[in-house]
Design a protein around this ligand. Structure first.
Ligand code: SF4
Length: 321
């Protein structure tokens, strides 16, 4: 397992490609100031889009002693002011509160975020205990409204739970960011989802391109980039009216039309086993026929699975000067 402190953020394939917006209303997270510790691999969903499918059984949770050592290193090196606890579904981890409390005890971290599917947050006592332990930011995954979300998670009723969870944490004085993965199952309903999310207390919404984690789209989940480009204008309208940023992850940078859409594919420094990165590499991100003529060196381009199935979209994409 790589230590976050041995990685050079500037060499990461997902370097940030757009700077922070000048000011309100487009304030959003600067993921460069975050470090992710993957502490737990249990989960109560079976998402069809999961990047850990086939890997979770082979991954070991971070034991408390190893965790303490890494947290002490992070604090001593004074490089990251914000911490994310992640892995699979950390709210199924019995010791999450103790892990959070330990990190908070240093008084160093400005933000302690958990990445979650949000289902357990519907329990007011649990959500409040996490906040009391030190969580002050929630990154909540939601992939559609109603049955669409349940189809993606493969768990009937999971939408009702995450929606109740969002309502619960909105009254706790914490920052909430939502996370959605664009895929074939939810693509037609993404504008409706974003419209509904704009009425929650979330400060910004992240929309990720689906990561195939393989060379072909065997799960039939990749969305053609032309379909994404067709919905982008509507998504921007929704977010402009709501005055909330829409952060777009791993989409071709030349599709950017400016705020409130931010094409920002930065991955925070993440502690993940090598086996994950080996599978991640199979997606083959970065393909573009215009690559040699384009100055957007950090663009993620298209995945190998997209090119195989839908072509290279050469008419849609255009080199940036
Ligand atoms: S032309 Fe290609 S490399 Fe350049 S921004 Fe567009 S997708 Fe990325």
């Amino acid at each position: 397992m790589k230590s976050p402190l041995s990685q050079d953020p500037d060499s990461h394939p997902g370097r940030q490609t757009e700077g922070m917006p000048a000011g309100a209303p487009w304030r959003r997270l600067d993921m460069r100031s975050y470090v992710v510790l993957s502490v737990w691999w249990g989960c109560n969903n079976q998402c069809v889009i999961c990047m850990l499918t086939g890997l979770r059984d082979r991954l070991k949770p971070l034991d408390f002693d190893a965790y303490k050592k890494i947290v002490i290193d992070i604090v001593n090196q004074a490089r990251y002011r914000n911490l994310i606890l992640s892995g699979s579904e950390v709210t199924t981890f019995d010791h999450l509160e103790a892990f959070v409390r330990y990190a908070a005890s240093f008084g160093w971290f400005q933000k302690i975020q958990i990445q979650t599917n949000g289902r357990r947050l519907k329990d007011p006592g649990y959500a409040r205990r996490l906040v009391e332990a030190g969580v002050n930011e929630f990154f909540v995954s939601i992939h559609g409204l109603g049955a669409t979300h349940d189809t993606v998670t493969s768990v009937p009723g999971s939408f009702d739970e995450v929606w109740a969870g969002l309502r619960e944490i909105s009254g706790l004085g914490v920052n909430v960011v939502t996370n959605t993965v664009l895929n074939r199952l939810n693509a037609p309903r993404i504008p409706a989802l974003m419209e509904a999310l704009c009425d929650t207390g979330a400060s910004e919404h992240h929309l990720w391109n689906y990561f195939p984690m393989e060379e072909t789209d065997t799960k039939d989940l990749v969305v053609p980039v032309t379909q994404f480009a067709g919905m982008l204008r509507e998504l921007l309208r929704i977010h402009r009216e709501a005055e909330k940023p829409l952060v777009l992850k791993s989409f071709p940078q030349c599709l950017s039309k400016g705020p409130p859409g931010f094409f920002d594919s930065w991955f925070p420094v993440t502690v993940l086993p090598d086996v994950f990165w080996e599978k991640f590499a199979r997606s083959g991100w970065g393909y573009c026929v215009h690559r040699d003529k384009c100055r957007a060196r950090e663009c993620w381009g298209l995945s190998r699975a997209h090119v195989k199935r839908f072509g290279d979209a050469r008419e849609l994409l255009s080199p940036m000067g």
